[in-house]
Write a protein that binds this ligand. Structure first.
Ligand code: TXA
Ligand code: MG
Length: 353
């Protein structure tokens, strides 16, 4: 299949160009498009066959439900059977924006979208390209991140093409995404709303508005099955195994260069995914990539997935990754880095004993 590239100015989207993408969506095709978080792989969310093709193109397990993207909050009652008061507050406060709410679904939502669950994930993105495309399509757009399942999410069109070229009808190229990590997924079917996946809207922002929010136990390191089915899979992983160093910066700035030097001494090809601050401390010979400054966690979020993908063609045997504090967007960054690292995490308190 030929994958059409549709170039769009994200600050001033040309509707005639976006209509090309919208028309493909209406006909049941797959179109990748930029949102403020990451690129999504869109299909008409009411067309079962089209949605099934999303799973096919991504190689995604079919029990992992999709988010329906809408362009207008008035679409919600068509998709959600119940809208609790706190869900309404969340939508009114954070939409358009990087927040996904889980609500009880209506019969209008096909089973293939929800993986058979009785709830549905809904999001109204803030990126103008995404909103205009969805509005032109005139249907809710089912869209997971536009990566091959298990890989880091794409935050630019080149990364989408790398994974999906030849498998989808079109990519709308609106340049790099602003936020760089996915939306926060909040389950509003529980009495106290529960964060199933940390993301672009921070825990602090949610607490400020709701007073009380829970974190899914699986996010706290408990050995339970996550309630967002997608959170149970290995994810965001670079090709080479990454080990994450977590702890105070005094620990990391000494331990990371030391671990890298030890691996080099064993003849290994070593990658390091680190902050701007740590970069000059690394021994020479390390294939290093900075994700930005520890002083600007938003910058780290925006660069994270491209930085993880950087190592793919570098032929390294292993990667050392630098952890950051979990405040604000740092919670989402560390959630993704831990998943990218699988179980390979070295914590400060265990170091040296
Ligand atoms: O920022 C984002 O949310 C991006 C952009 C494209 O909008 N989309 C995205 O979709 O990250 P995806 O499919 O990669 O992640 C959706 C997450 C998965 O962890 C999935 O399991 C969870 O949301 N999810 C979807 N429907 C759910 C439901 N009914 N109940 C619980 N979790 C659900
Ligand atoms: Mg994803």
């Amino acid at each position: 299949m030929h994958t059409e590239l549709i170039l769009i100015d994200k600050d001033n989207p040309d509707l005639a160009l976006l209509e090309q993408g919208a028309s493909i969506l209406r006909k049941g095709g797959l179109v990748a498009f930029p949102t403020e978080t990451v690129y999504g792989l869109g299909a008409n969310g009411l067309d079962e066959r089209a949605v099934r093709n999303i799973y096919q193109a991504k190689g995604r397990p079919s029990d992992n439900p999709l988010i329906l993207h809408i362009a207008d909050i008035r679409e919600v009652p068509k998709l959600a059977a119940e809208i609790p008061a706190n869900a309404k507050v969340l939508m009114e406060t954070f939409w358009p924006g990087p927040l996904t709410v889980i609500l009880k679904r209506t019969k209008a939502v096909p089973d293939v979208v929800t993986g058979g669950l009785d709830s549905v994930a809904i999001r109204l993105p803030s990126a103008a390209v995404a909103r205009e495309l969805i509005a032109l399509a005139g249907v809710p757009v089912a869209a997971p991140s536009a990566n091959t399942s298990g890989r880091p999410s794409p935050t630019n069109a080149a990364d989408v093409l790398h994974d999906l070229k030849g498998k989808i009808e079109a990519v709308v190229d609106g340049g790099p995404c602003d936020i760089g990590v996915e939306s926060t997924v909040v389950d509003c079917t529980t009495p106290v709303p529960t964060i199933l996946r940390p993301g672009g809207i921070t825990l602090e922002q949610l607490v400020e508005v709701l007073g009380e929010v829970e974190l899914d136990k699986a996010l706290l390191g408990a050995n339970t099955v996550p309630r967002a089915p997608g959170m149970k899979y290995t994810h965001y992983a670079p090709v080479a195994p990454m080990t994450l160093l977590e702890g105070r910066y005094e620990f990391i700035r000494a331990a990371l260069p030391q671990r890298a030097a030890e691996a080099l001494a064993l003849g290994q090809r070593v990658g390091a995914l680190v902050s701007e601050e740590t970069l000059p401390l690394l021994p020479s010979g390390v294939v290093a990539m900075s994700y930005g400054s520890r002083k600007r966690p938003e910058e780290i979020a925006a660069n994270l997935y491209t930085a993880l993908r950087f190592f793919d063609d570098k032929n390294v045997d292993l990667i050392w990754g630098e952890g950051i504090p979990e405040d604000g967007i740092g919670l989402a960054v560390m959630n993704r880095m831990r998943k990218a690292a699988g179980q390979r995490i070295v914590k400060e308190e265990k170091f040296g004993d």
